[in-house]
Structure formats: C-alpha cells, structure tokens
Design a protein around this ligand. Sequence first.
Ligand code: ATP
Ligand code: MG
Length: 234
Amino acid sequence: MLLEITGLSAHYGRIRALDNVSIEIGEGELVALVGANGAGKTTLLRVISGIRPASAGRVLFDGKDITRMPPDRRVRRGIVQVPEGRQVFAPMRVEENLLMGGYTRGAAERREALALQYERFPALAASRNKPAGMLSGGQQQMLAVARALMGKPRLLLLDEPSLGLAPRLVDEVFDTVTALRDAGVTVFIVEQNAFQALSIADRGYVMETGQVVLADTGKALLTNERVKAAYLGL
Ligand SMILES: Nc1ncnc2c1ncn2[C@@H]1O[C@H](COP(=O)(O)OP(=O)(O)OP(=O)(O)O)[C@@H](O)[C@H]1O
Ligand SMILES: [Mg+2]
C-alpha cells in the first residue's frame, strides 16, 4: 500500500472530527471519499498532509510512519494536497503559480514539469501570462491541480475540486481526474458530488460524523442502498 491509515483520530479542541478511521490507498489507485457536510473529510486530508495533528492512530506512507512528520517533508516525499476552494495566487501570473508548485525541484525539472502541464492543460498554456485571478472558476481549479502536479506527487489529495463549478466544468474536472489516474497518478479525492466521484473511482469510502461507515469498490457503492438513499438522492 502507498498510504495506510490505521485507527486515526483528530480533534479541534474537544470536538472529535475523526474517530478511529482506517483507510488504505494502493499505488496507482483512484480512491474517493464521500460524506455529508462536517463529516470530517477535509480534516482527514489535513492529517494526511500534516497540517492537522493526529490524536491517535498512525499514517504510513510507502511503509514509513509519517504520523508526526512536518508537512513540508511530506510534500518532499510526494504527498501534495489541492485545498478546498482552489487557492491560486490571484495577482500572480499563471506561469508563476505553476513554477511555485515546483519549488521542491531543480530548474531543469521544473521546466520539464511546466511543459508537461501545458500539454495536459492547453487552456493554461494559452493564459500563461495572465493573472490567475482573471481565469474562470474552472480554469482556476485546473491551475490548482496543475500547480500540485508540478511537484510530481506520488499521492495527490483533492478536496472538493468540483465545488461551485457549472455542470459542464464539473464534467471537465472529473475527466481530468480520470486522465490523471490513467497517467499513473495516485489520487485521493474528496467530493460531495458522490455520484460522479464514485463513478470514476476504483474504490470508495463513505464517512459519517468522523467515522468510515462503508468501504467498497466505486461500482458497488453506487448500487449500495444506503449510499443511494443518503448521497445519490435515489
Ligand atoms: N477549524 C476548526 N475548528 C473547530 N472545528 C472545526 C474546524 N474545522 C472543522 N471543524 C469541525 O470538525 C468537523 C469536521 O469538519 P471537516 O471540515 O473535516 O468536514 P468536511 O467533511 O470536510 O465538511 P464539508 O463538506 O463542509 O467540507 C465538523 O464538525 C467541523 O465543524
Ligand atoms: Mg471539507
């Protein structure tokens, strides 16, 4: 397993946001995490990237215990999170945003990674000299993902990448995520758009009030009665 989480708990003061969570993600897998507002999805991503501490349990990455490793060292090991709400640097140009994402790499590798992102996202190439804030919402999301890819992550963490986007752009985001998996990137995606997330996922987890309540293949979860009733509006 690339990522192996066992018995993880996390708190905000006395609020327990994660309660004995265990999940695993294999190299090359696309894994989706779905759940209602406040279920603890973002908190889980934050504990994986090291921004929030675990109060119990452990996180293994590539077999190594990283539970107490600081976030910058996790980034260097290949764990990169795209935060909720596409936080690009609005006044900076698209290309500058991308280059910042490659800060852990040398100059030659950064140029190579930049060319790859422009090939992958032609819309970004066309806007390379524009301030990021002038891009549409969908393009800003694309930029946030491309910036994360600049560091050649081994594990890409996506927090609600389709949030607030028009339906056509939502499809584009899911197509992009599928293409990344097909290119060999391991992806852990958090989504409220459960139907689309589970449709593209190899496996999925369902979280309720800090606990994992279901784990199965994406396909099986899509036809699970409990998931259908609670998350798919069926
Ligand atoms: N900074 C914080 N301080 C205190 N409590 C927090 C904080 N962030 C989150 N929480 C609480 O922790 C729980 C889990 O929140 P979290 O943001 O992880 O949920 P989520 O599944 O990502 O929800 P959403 O779908 O709204 O993004 C919630 O009860 C939330 O109110
Ligand atoms: Mg969240």
